[in-house]
Design a protein around this ligand. Sequence first.
Ligand code: TLP
Length: 344
Amino acid sequence: MDKYSDFRSDTVTRPTENMKKAMAEAVVGDDVLGDDPTVQKLESLSADIMGKEAALFVPSGTMGNSIAIKVWTKELEEVIVEERAHLYNMESTHMTFISRVTPRPLSSNRGAMDPEEVERNIRKPSVHFPRTSLICVENTHNNLSGAVVPMENLKAIREIADRHEIKIHFDGARVFNASHVSGISVKEYAAIGDSLMFCLSKGLSAPVGSLLVGDRDFIDYARRVRKALGGGMRQVGILAAPGIVALTEMVDRLKEDHKRAKKLALAIADLPGIILNPDHIETNMIIFDLSHPSLTIPDFLAKLEERRILALATRGGIRFVTHKDIDDDDIDRAYAAFQDILTR
Ligand code: TLP
């Protein structure tokens, strides 16, 4: 039986042999008591790579984002966020649940919010309105096919935040992907944010974990919030060890994922029923819509699954994501399946 080609997400990647070896050999201690040398190594490596004072290992990107919002905001405050960002679409209830603040979603041009609009939406001090205390940015932008948000735009937003003494949290779940395409270092991206979260368990293929980076005071408080949320973990060097492998061995190969996504996007864009501009595919995600006389998106996904190809329905259509466990053969199989379903 053929294996599945799993394009649902880069979160489906399995750990590498080196990661499994690192897990087996990890030197561990009680991390809640500050005793785990492997976690400490991962945190200082992460802080170093991102050019920040300190870092905190968290179980998920969601927890990293939630902690950052909790640290930077108080009740009765508001957070400016791009309307298709993960932080708004998938996490806005976490914002209200954990931090008791409300999101203020703004539209964008492929992830780049208009700086003037951002500034217009910063509330003037008033007893009637919430206070704006935080702006969130995301790069690459998941729901916009992994778009790379231009640095000039991020810098313009940073300038506005500084002028209004507002913090910025950077959802950099896939910031290494952005860096590969733009040639801008992750340090420069991290400098845009007062805090940044990045994930180890997406394209970098570690089984678990994300890092939150920022200045020392921010991370000290973030550590207390992580404990309050039940995220204090004990001999967790066992999970930090593959994270170190992710950062030292898995960053460069993201380029291959980008090439494969582009190859598939260019191949399928001309097929009948596929609505996709391949120029928009810059990193490892393809999101396209379907306009077909008889096939709905669930039908199309079911037909792909019959051919052992997995993809996800998402806002904007169907999502295909390339990653370490997708090779050229998977791309060819996916294209053949598209042809078979759409041109027969
Ligand atoms: N994204 C997941 C799903 O939630 C959709 C995926 O498969 O892409 N920020 C961004 C930009 C993300 O894409 C995600 C996960 C998160 C935060 C949350 O990270 P986790 O899943 O580790 O909590």
